[in-house]
Design a protein around this ligand. Structure first.
Ligand code: ADP
Ligand code: MG
Length: 356
């Protein structure tokens, strides 16, 4: 079995005592008739209990694939290497039967589209009861129903007792997402992953769901990973931000530190792409000029080089992700240094008021 010492990528200087998830040099390649697609190319991070980590990046940067790999939710064409240990259990290469036990119980996921994830023919209460009993058969139906109502209250669904009997189509998008979170929490997972879970919601509901996730993370000690293309959203809620490009982490720091000192031009470009309330969230990334790289023909150098305003000859050699400053890593030959500091987005966590 692979140990930390064996991996070539020095990631996190030390393993945090509260680490619940330890990802080391995770790689995902999709086989197909043409050249393989390199969707995730060696990412490493750790997630602590009670921490909220944001994985940010343009569409196609490998965010979803990187977390689906942890949960055994990729098609058979995916080849996964590296390591991902969930409180000691290696998830990479785990057989489907063991994975089924862990999925939903220790690590749970909420997706962008709750309408599609929920069963339209079952009341929301019945679906939560089913989620509770999937992993704990011994729980009686009546007890599970009580617990389901409790969970609906926990996710602050108004009139929980009444809503318990309603069907998904009777709920708003925000309410359905609360139900999905209740289902995800049914077995009190150690890690909750929200993949673009608020993207389809209006701005007000988006904020309410994010606040709910922060509240749950703090009250239950659940480690939360939020995946979003929206850096501003991460800035407002997450403790730590991990910026992905072409399947690699290109910048990683505690949120407050990152917004004091955005170093990587790609992160800077993402910041510039923060949506105004008036622009539809889907159009915002058009602000970064050029095309995302072809993942089946990645350049040997920095993958952002063709689109980067600061690129030069040196960038044809790939810069390693390096801890250039305390707990602030970035992979860039020409970072933005203090002279051209970023303006934090509205609502960004600033020094002194950061969440712990
Ligand atoms: N089943 C698959 N087969 C081949 N390529 C895939 C598959 N799933 C995802 N990809 C590719 O992996 C890349 C990363 O996808 P994804 O992780 O979904 O991006 P993100 O979540 O950051 O928008 C994309 O280029 C996508 O086309
Ligand atoms: Mg995605």
């Amino acid at each position: 079995m692979k140990t930390l010492e064996d991996t070539a990528v020095p990631v996190t200087a030390e393993i945090h005592p509260d680490a619940v998830l330890l990802v080391e040099d995770l790689r995902v390649t999709f086989a197909r008739s043409g050249p393989p697609v390199h969707a995730v190319n060696g990412i490493s991070y750790q997630l602590r209990a009670g921490q909220m980590l944001a994985i940010i990046g343009e569409s196609g940067s490998g965010k979803s694939v990187s977390v689906r790999a942890l949960m055994g939710l990729l098609p058979p064409s995916a080849r996964i290497t590296g390591s991902a240990r969930l409180v000691g259990t290696e998830l990479v290469g785990l057989d489907e039967r063991s994975m089924r036990q862990i999925r939903g119980r220790d690590i749970a996921m909420v997706f962008q589209d709750p309408a599609r994830s929920l069963n339209p023919t079952m009341s929301v209460g019945a679906q939560i009861v089913e989620a509770i009993r999937t992993h704990r058969r011994e729980v009686r139906k009546a007890a599970a129903a009580d617990r389901a109502v409790e969970l609906l209250k926990l996710v602050r669904l108004p009139a929980a007792e009444r809503r318990f009997h309603e069907y998904p189509h009777q709920l708003s998008g925000g309410m359905r997402q609360r139900v999905m979170i209740a289902i995800a929490l049914a077995s009190n997972p150690k890690v909750l992953i929200a993949d673009e879970a608020t993207t389809a919601l209006d701005v007000t509901t988006q904020a309410q769901i994010m606040e709910l996730l922060v509240d749950l993370q703090q009250r239950l000690g659940t480690a939360v990973v939020i995946i979003s293309h929206d850096l501003g959203l991460a800035a407002s809620y997450a403790d730590e931000v991990l910026v992905m490009y072409a399947g690699r982490i290109v910048e990683q720091a505690e949120t407050a530190a990152l917004f004091r000192n955005v170093r990587m031009p790609y992160t800077k470009a993402l910041l510039g792409a923060i949506p105004q309330l008036s622009t539809p969230s889907h159009s915002l990334l058009a602000v970064i000029g050029g095309q995302p790289p072809d993942l089946s023909a990645l350049p040997p150098g920095c993958a952002f080089e063709p689109r980067c305003p600061r690129a030069d000859e040196q960038c044809t050699v790939r810069p390693e992700l390096t801890e250039h400053e305390p707990r602030h890593r970035y992979a860039c030959w020409h970072p933005h240094l203090d002279a051209d500091r970023a303006t934090p987005p509205e609502g960004a966590v600033t020094e002194g008021e950061g969440q712990s």
